[in-house]
Design a protein around this ligand. Sequence first.
Ligand SMILES: Cc1cc2nc3c(=O)[nH]c(=O)nc-3n(C[C@H](O)[C@H](O)[C@H](O)COP(=O)(O)OP(=O)(O)OC[C@H]3O[C@@H](n4cnc5c(N)ncnc54)[C@H](O)[C@@H]3O)c2cc1C
Length: 377
Amino acid sequence: MKKIAIIGAGISGMYFANLLQKSSDFDFTIFEKRSLLYMKNGYGIQLSVNSIKLLNQIGFNKIDKKEIFNPNKVIFFNAKNNQKICDIDISRFNYEDNQYTTLKRSTLLNFLLNNIPKEKIKLNTELKNLTYDNKLKLSFSSNVTEDFDYLIISDGVFSKSKTIILNKNIKPKYFKSIALRGNLRNYPNEDISLYLGSKFHFVIYPVNKSDEFNFIAIIRKHLTNHQLSDENLYNDKNLLKSITQELYKKTTLELEGKLENIKFFPLYISEKLEISDNKNVFFIGDALFATPPSFAQGASQSIETAKELFDQIENNKNDFYEKIIKRLNSVSWRSKLNYFSFHLSNPIVSSFRNSILKILVKNNKFLDSYLGNIYRD
Ligand SMILES: Cc1cc2nc3c(=O)[nH]c(=O)nc-3n(C[C@H](O)[C@H](O)[C@H](O)COP(=O)(O)OP(=O)(O)OC[C@H]3O[C@@H](n4cnc5c(N)ncnc54)[C@H](O)[C@@H]3O)c2cc1C
């Protein structure tokens, strides 16, 4: 039986653990730095059919349908005047039992957590050191040292374990933007509403069938190194107030007083994809490569890379990175292109962008290539 250590109990680590749990060939332990897996937050996540297909293989299709939503369209609006620009029918990529899904992150994480025996998750634990002597000898912050056959690093975009494994200081890059998150109720549109503005965009979508919606804005913002290194920046109420007030002024959509649980945080992405020389050490999810959130693919790619890695280990193959690099690149450039085109500030250029968008959303060949290649392949 192969022994596998997973570092980080996020979407990628827990999806990978779910796959291992279904096989009798593996014994695994998840090491998580947090002291509890608090899974109550109401923020949302979008999952396209590529990851829903993989989640269904571990029983996601049995989830209570009231806890999820299946939007049919992405509707583009001009944030300034709240006028509709056009829409994309994303349901055309659905299969009968496998559909574009929006839900609370906590619903997804609790689903993943439910299938993992509690004793297999060690909380309050970080990887401290790794030596290799026939087996991987891992030392943890809990003062435990244990031998494993495989080490899977899934501790997110700020992966400290990556620095230990690659023996160099690897830091993600500030994407010169912040994310502003919140919840709202009784929003009139049941699809995914995407508002385009000058140097910002925001998205509103339902997270279940109880009239609860997720709000997420991506706003370009210069932050100084001093601000970025300040751990209390996220709690700066004055900064949060000035960010929200600035946004409210730029849109005619009534948000003030309607958004709840508003939080902001700086956005980071991976500078480049780095891999371990050790053939039994792998990075997955954001620890492998984090893209901007403007294509809503981070979690779906986390699930895809975890599945690809599981298949590799199960079938004793060794072309994991070869298989996933092309796909991650495809997602990365689409995310950056979306970000660029959503944020155009010159009114003439953005009006031209809107005209092009109206044409593109009706062009099935374009949609199959730009979205279908990611959602359906
Ligand atoms: C604003 C925003 C909106 C997004 N929206 C979407 C969306 O709609 N759809 C989508 O597909 N993706 C979306 N994403 C991307 C998605 O959230 C991430 O890609 C995904 O959560 C990555 O999962 P992960 O498991 O790799 O990392 P994480 O979710 O970051 O999990 C990492 C885990 O490792 C733990 N950890 C950290 N350090 C250590 C350590 N040293 N030792 C042990 N454990 C550690 C953490 O506590 C955590 O539990 C969005 C991202 C952002 C920023």
